[in-house]
Design a binder for this molecule. Sequence first.
Ligand SMILES: *[C@@H]1O[C@H](CO)[C@@H](O)[C@H](O)[C@H]1NC(C)=O
Ligand SMILES: *[C@@H]1O[C@H](CO)[C@@H](O)[C@H](O)[C@H]1NC(C)=O
Ligand SMILES: *[C@@H]1O[C@H](CO)[C@@H](O)[C@H](O)[C@H]1NC(C)=O
Ligand SMILES: *[C@@H]1O[C@H](CO)[C@@H](O)[C@H](O)[C@H]1NC(C)=O
Ligand SMILES: *[C@@H]1O[C@H](CO)[C@@H](O)[C@H](O)[C@H]1NC(C)=O
Length: 516
Amino acid sequence: MAKKNLCFVGSFVVVVVLNLVFCAETLSRHEFPFPPDFVFGSGTTAYQSEGAAFQDGRTASIWDTFAHAGKAQGATGDVACDGYHKYKEDVQLMVETGLEAYRFSISWSRLIPNGRGPVNPKGLEYYNNLINELVKHGIQPHATLTHVDLPQVLQDEYGGWLSQKMVRDFTAYAEVCFREFGDRVLYWTTVNEANIFVVGGYDIGIIPPQRCSSPFGKKCAVGNSSTEPYIAAHHILLAHSLAARLYKKKYQGKQQGFIGINVYAYWPLPYTNATEDVIAAQRTKDFLIGWFMSPLVFGDYPDIMKKNIGTRLPAFTKIESEQVKGSFDFIGVNHYVTIYTKDKSSSLKMDTRDFNADMAVELINEEGDTSSGELALVPSGLLALLEYFKQNYGNPPIYIHENGQRTWKNATLSDPGRVKYIQSFIGSLLDAMRNGSNARGYFYWSFMDLFELLDGYESCYGLYYVDLNDKDLKRYPKLSAHWYSNFLKGQSMNLNGATEVQKKKNSTLSQSHSSQ
Ligand SMILES: *[C@@H]1O[C@H](CO)[C@@H](O)[C@H](O)[C@H]1NC(C)=O
Ligand SMILES: *[C@@H]1O[C@H](CO)[C@@H](O)[C@H](O)[C@H]1NC(C)=O
Ligand SMILES: *[C@@H]1O[C@H](CO)[C@@H](O)[C@H](O)[C@H]1NC(C)=O
Ligand SMILES: *[C@@H]1O[C@H](CO)[C@@H](O)[C@H](O)[C@H]1NC(C)=O
Ligand SMILES: *[C@@H]1O[C@H](CO)[C@@H](O)[C@H](O)[C@H]1NC(C)=O
C-alpha cells in the first residue's frame, strides 16, 4: 500500500518519467481507480489493415487513388495485413492479449461501392462477421465511419467534403451502419481526426485528396489553401451533427449506444514565457481543438478564428448552430506528442493566408528546429490536454482513441521504448482521472503493424509485428504486446525479454526514493 501511495504522490512531484518507471511495480489495470465501464483496447483502420482492396465489390477510396499514384513510398493497402481474410485469427490474438475493446473503421466503399445507393452484401457480411466475432469473445466493438477513406466516386462527382452534398450522403451511409450493426456496435465515431484531415488534405496537400495552392502546399494540381480547409471542416461538422442527431432520434433509444467525433490534439507548450508565446500557445489550442470543440459545445467557432480568418471562415446559420451544438455523447482524442509553439503574428500581415498563417504560430522542437515541432516523450502533455477539455469544454466523456509510439519497422520484437511510452501515458491518464477528468477509455495505437499511410510499411506502431516477407503475413507479439497483456490481466511484469525495463526500474528506484 505504501508503495502505491508513494507512487501516486510521486506522480505530481517527481519527474514524470522516473516516477512512472517506479510505478511499473504496481501498474496493473485492476489497481487503477477506473470506473467499471472504463475500457482498455487497441485499434486499426480499414484501409491500413483489411487489404482485399478490390475484392468482393469494394471500390477505390481517395486513399487507394493516392497510394496507387505512388505517394505512399510506392506502397498500397491492396493487401495490407489481409485483415479481411484473417479477422478470426486477429480476434483470437485480441482475446489472448486481453483487449476489452477494439477500435476499427468501416470502409465506406466496401459497404456502399457507389458512395450512395445499394449496399454491397459482401461488405455487409464482412463487417457482420467481424463484429460477431468480437462480441462472441466479449470484446466491445468501437466503430469509426470514416478514416480519411472517402469513396473516390464522391470525390470525383462533386469534390467530396468541399460540397454540401456530402452532408446528405454521409448521413445516409451512417444510417446504413446504425441500422445494420447498431444492435451490436454501441460506440460510433463519425469522423477520425477531422482537423488534421482537412489541414493535410486541403491546406498543405500531403494527404488525399491532396488539394492546396501555392505557396502553402507543394505539388497540388488544384486547390485553395486559403478557403478549402475551412469549407471542408464546416461540412464535416454539419455531416457529423446530422448523423449524430439521426442516431439519437431514431436509434439510440432502442440500441442504447453512444456517438461522437474524433480530433487530433498534440499539446502546445509556449516556447518561451514571453506573453506573445503564451498567447500563441492558447491560439494554437483554439485553432487545433477549438475549431471543432467550440461549435460542438458552444455552437460557434472560437472568436480568434473569426477574427483572423474573417469572411473565409463559413458562418453557421442559427439552425445549423443548434444542430451542431451538443451533437455528441463523447469526444475521441488522438494524442501522441507535445510541441513548442512560438508566436508568428507577422504572418497575419500576408494578403493571402492559409490555416497556419491564420493561426500565426511557428512550431518548434527542443533544439529550435522548426521542421518538426515534436518533443521527446512528454507524457504530462496528456494530463494537460485532458485538463484543458475538463476546464474549457465542460469535461465531456473522452476516449483516448490513439496513443502510440512510432518506430522504424524491422524484425526486432524487443521494443522496451514502446513499453515505456505506453506505461508513461497510461500513468498520465491516471493522473488526469484522479484530478477529475471524464476519460472513459484508452486505445493503444496500433494493435499490429499496419500500412502506415505516408510512411508505407517503413514505420510502425504495432503491439504485434507482421512479417511482410511471409506469404501468410504471420503476426508475432512484441515485448509491448506482452507488457500490455500482463497489464490488462492484472499480472505483474515477469517475462523473458523484459530485462531492459527491469534494469531501468532498478536504476531509477533509488533516484525516485531520494527525490521524495
Ligand atoms: C481562393 O478563394 C478565394 C475566395 O474565393 C479567392 O479570392 C482566391 O483567389 C482563391 N485562391 C486561389 C489560389 O485560387
Ligand atoms: C516558464 O515559467 C515556468 C514557471 O515559472 C518555468 O517552469 C519554465 O521553465 C519557464 N519556461 C521557459 C521556457 O522559460
Ligand atoms: C530496429 O529498430 C530499432 C528501433 O527503432 C533500432 O534501434 C534498431 O537499430 C533497428 N534495427 C535494425 C536492424 O534496423
Ligand atoms: C486539477 O484540477 C483543478 C481544478 O479543476 C485545477 O485547478 C488543477 O490545475 C488541476 N491539476 C492539474 C495537475 O492539472
Ligand atoms: C533488480 O534488483 C533486484 C533486487 O534489488 C535484483 O534481484 C535483480 O536482479 C535486479 N534486476 C536487474 C535486471 O538488474
